[in-house]
Design a binder for this molecule. Structure first.
Ligand SMILES: Nc1ncnc2c1ncn2[C@@H]1O[C@H](COP(=O)(O)OP(=O)(O)O)[C@@H](O)[C@H]1O
Ligand SMILES: [Mg+2]
Length: 254
């Protein structure tokens, strides 16, 4: 155990708009850490800064004790911190299995591959076995030969997670994984995520359907207007008057 990921006073503006203001968070190893807040409060911008898709104007970002401030997203990704949509979105015409295979690092694609066809075939078989194992972990193994476009919204989200796992992720950032899915599918997605957490993965999840997601969270950060307004255990944060005030009368935010 320990802290895997830390931001320290991260700020990011777009022109005159301060989208993320002095955000400091810590993500514990093997936790489901949730970031909540109303629409437009800076959650996605913050995740983008965390995963290197945007550079902070000021502040620091640490991954497993390494200062990764300003690193390109590819480099962050190679360190095992994967943002769901950062992996190119599933190729909808490809099958579920091919999408997962495509996300795997494939050392066989080196110039040395051609002269050793037997090693190449063995590697393909090993990759397929690994891909099936990943698909089982997210409940998609029975759909392996379907084209991705045939999947439902919840299954597509799990395919994104499967691709993250195949890419060697140990810390996965999800931006509203249950956005746009019905409550039953949302529960299903979250229970798969909880299962992966049991296996040792760590999740940083942005969500604004707090009613459904909060029971799965170990720790919650709440943002409003770019800034942190509350943090703590789910019950503490959801009961915090500052958080209630932001959410009251704003159904779109819940
Ligand atoms: N690339 C951008 N250029 C300018 N403004 C942006 C950009 N991305 C986000 N914003 C603005 O920053 C604020 C925070 O947006 P966002 O991070 O998407 O919030 P959330 O994910 O919480 O809904 C919003 O006011 C949004 O309009
Ligand atoms: Mg967003």
């Amino acid at each position: 155990m320990g802290t895997v990921f830390v931001t320290e006073n991260v700020t990011r503006s777009f022109g005159g708009l301060v989208a993320v203001n002095n955000m400091s968070i810590a993500v514990e190893e093997n936790s489901f850490t949730m970031l909540i807040g109303p629409n437009g409060c800076g959650k996605t911008t913050f995740l983008n800064v965390c995963t290197g898709l945007l550079k902070p104007d000021s502040g620091k970002v640490w991954l497993r004790g390494t200062d990764i401030t300003g690193w390109e997203s590819d480099r962050v990704y190679e360190q095992g911190f994967v943002r769901s949509f950062q992996i190119p979105l599933p190729f909808l015409g490809l099958t579920v299995l091919d999408n997962v295979l495509g996300a795997m690092r494939n050392p066989g694609e080196s110039p040395f591959r051609a002269p050793f066809p037997r090693a190449w075939i063995r590697e393909e078989e090993e990759n397929a076995a690994k891909a099936f194992a990943v698909l089982r972990r997210v409940g998609l193994d029975k759909h392996w030969d379907q084209p991705s476009f045939a999947l439902g919204a919840a299954q597509l989200k799990m395919l994104e997670v499967a691709r993250g796992l195949s890419a060697g992720a140990t810390l996965i950032a999800l931006d509203e994984p249950i956005g746009g899915v019905d409550p039953a599918s949302a529960e299903e997605i979250l229970s798969y995520v909880a299962g992966l957490k049991k296996e040792g993965l760590t999740f940083l999840v942005v969500e604004h359907r707090i009613d459904i997601a909060a029971p799965f969270a170990d720790y919650v950060y709440a943002m409003n207007l770019g800034s942190l307004i509350s943090e703590g255990l789910p019950d503490q944060v959801l009961g915090d008057p500052k958080v209630i005030e932001v959410y009251i009368g704003r159904d779109e935010a819940c």
